[in-house]
Design a protein around this ligand. Structure first.
Ligand SMILES: Nc1nc2c(ncn2[C@@H]2O[C@H](COP(=O)(O)OP(=O)(O)OP(=O)(O)O)[C@@H](O)[C@H]2O)c(=O)[nH]1
Ligand SMILES: [Mg+2]
Length: 343
């Protein structure tokens, strides 16, 4: 008999994963429980959802001192490498840092390669950091439906900086704006038409611009890219008066420029906090999120009706083949909906 082992302990921990279990673990800044809690909120099992809702409502509003950063940029621009460098810098400054890396490709791959693509070995090994890869799920945008809640859980576990990485194609990455306080867009030195091809909407959604891969080997190319982006940024007016979006050369490999990015993030957050803008911004995000999710829920619920789903698919095919024009097809859908949804 080994007296130091409490036979009750293990079974207790395993069997009672109620809201209190999660809340206690989060309050203790337990990263293992944080992972479990994120898995819990991603669950669609009604029983688990109930516990998840209990946990989230017990947590309440997010702390004003937390900083949520969205990192976007084309595939391969160096987002993960940048987050490794930037996140390590943040922890060296004493900030506990969590990273939620959302991988849209996991929709196709089923998530199997997720771990490989979004692994951040340096950051993951740090005591004061937490890295969580997440599939994007079936959201249209670059962020998953539960990212907002996952951020909240990270904050509850004592992470004052939460970084969200998303790749976005086209406009979808503007979605990340809905869950973060500040957005960093990663760009890279390149050929003229390459750097001029960045879409306006994508640039407008960012507050801070980073020209990554500004390494010593390609300083000149990087300087030219920076000059171009600086003149492009001047064309947009930022919605926060007085904020001039900085364009910062960074080498995530050589770890240069990361301190300047930190200074910019701090300055931006100070403006948001000093004018009560942060609270207002997060409240509006809440509302927008609710509205978006409601629309998705309505769509999902309506499409569960086989007749509506089949009718819609048939009409869509008919419009595509030219058999029907869009407007009469829309009339048919309207009639179908009226008939099917009648109480
Ligand atoms: N020279 C140089 N290469 C870099 C730098 N940052 C990233 N890279 C390289 O760029 C490639 C892509 O980096 P990732 O960090 O995986 O890029 P990502 O944007 O996260 O890519 P996805 O998640 O696939 O969209 C890797 O081979 C990195 O080593 C940098 O500052 N300088
Ligand atoms: Mg990446």
């Amino acid at each position: 008999m080994i007296p130091s082992i409490n036979p009750e302990y293990h079974s207790h921990k395993r069997s009672t994963k109620d809201a209190d279990y999660y809340l206690r673990g989060l309050a203790e800044c337990d990263r293992y429980v944080l992972s479990e809690a994120i898995t819990l909120i991603e669950s669609t099992d009604p029983k688990k959802r109930k516990i998840a809702d209990k946990v989230l409502s017990a947590l309440g509003n997010s702390p004003a001192e937390s900083t949520r950063i969205g990192i976007t940029g084309s595939p391969g621009v160096g987002k993960s490498t940048f987050i490794e460098a930037f996140g390590s810098y943040l922890t060296s400054k004493g900030h506990r840092t969590a990273v939620l890396a959302i991988d849209p490709s996991s929709n196709v791959s089923g998530g199997s390669i997720l771990g490989d693509k979004t692994r951040m070995p340096v950051l993951s090994s740090l005591e004061n950091a937490y890295v969580r890869p997440s599939p994007a799920g079936h959201q249209l945008g670059g962020t998953s439906a539960y990212t907002k809640e996952a951020i909240r859980l990270c904050e509850a576990a004592g992470f004052s900086f939460v970084i969200v990485e998303t790749v976005g194609v086209g406009q979808s990455e503007t979605d990340i704006e809905d869950v973060t306080d500040t957005g960093i867009l990663l760009l890279q030195p390149g050929a003229r038409d390459e750097i001029q091809g960045i879409k306006r909407g994508i640039m407008e959604a960012a507050d801070i611009f980073v020209v990554n891969k500004s390494d010593s080997a390609q300083k000149e190319l990087a300087a030219r890219a920076r000059a171009y982006y600086e003149s492009a940024v001047r064309l947009f007016s930022h919605d926060i008066p007085g904020w001039k979006c900085p364009v910062i050369p960074v080498s995530s490999l050589e770890k240069t420029g990361v301190d300047t990015v930190y200074a910019s993030v701090t300055a931006y957050m100070e403006i948001l906090r000093s004018n009560n803008l942060l609270e207002e911004k997060r409240r509006l995000q809440e509302q927008k999120w609710f509205e978006k999710q409601t629309i998705m829920l309505i769509r999902h619920t309506v499409m569960e009706n086989e007749k509506i789903k089949n009718g819609y698919e048939q009409l869509s095919a008919d419009v595509a083949s030219g058999k029907k024009a869009a407007l009469p097809a829309l009339d048919e859908i309207r009639n179908l909906l009226a008939k099917q949804l009648k109480p």
